[in-house]
Design a protein around this ligand. Sequence first.
Ligand SMILES: Cc1cc2nc3c(=O)[nH]c(=O)nc-3n(C[C@H](O)[C@H](O)[C@H](O)COP(=O)(O)O)c2cc1C
Length: 180
Amino acid sequence: MTHSVLHINASARHQDSVSRKLSAQIVQHLNPAETVERDLAHGVPLLDEVWTQATFTPPNDRTVAQAQALAYSDTLVAELLAADTIVIGSAMYNFNIPASFKAWIDQVMRAGVTFAYTENGPKGMLEGKKVIVALASGGTPIGSEFDFATPYLKFALGFMGITDVTVLDSDGTTALTKAA
Ligand SMILES: Cc1cc2nc3c(=O)[nH]c(=O)nc-3n(C[C@H](O)[C@H](O)[C@H](O)COP(=O)(O)O)c2cc1C
């Protein structure tokens, strides 16, 4: 049963966006007790020097500037931690995910927070979550050799411990059946 959904949208379009419409239908279908909306279309900050230095600094030793640099990332990570299901509506741009969506992944991929380096190599810390991606493309078939979005998403999410990832193409009927 889905209790808490994080609903992310990454298409630059609002009107006529196939992925937004489909991801909204999936959330409605899941009927969660709580939904948090995160729209990436207005931009996500790119990582800079202060941000990267901050992540290598223990929380109690961070400067005010470093803490401020991580504040947005902390918010995105908290949204991710709180959700048991993450529903993502994304366009395919240039055979991959939109840059804003990649920037979101950069913001939440945090050593010691969403994954850890262990004696046995890196280990994801977000196990037990489910991700459903409604991925809309124009001519590139989802799952084809030119779809670099699907393998990248599965690997990046898996790196954080999220291995239950379903990527649906923009066929709405199929998508809702598979999301059930
Ligand atoms: C900048 C840009 C790049 C695109 N690149 C691709 C692409 O590489 N492959 C593809 O099949 N469609 C591509 N498209 C088409 C979109 O994936 C398609 O219109 C999709 O429906 C967009 O998602 P949306 O309807 O949620 O906005 C591109 C569209 C734009 C605007």
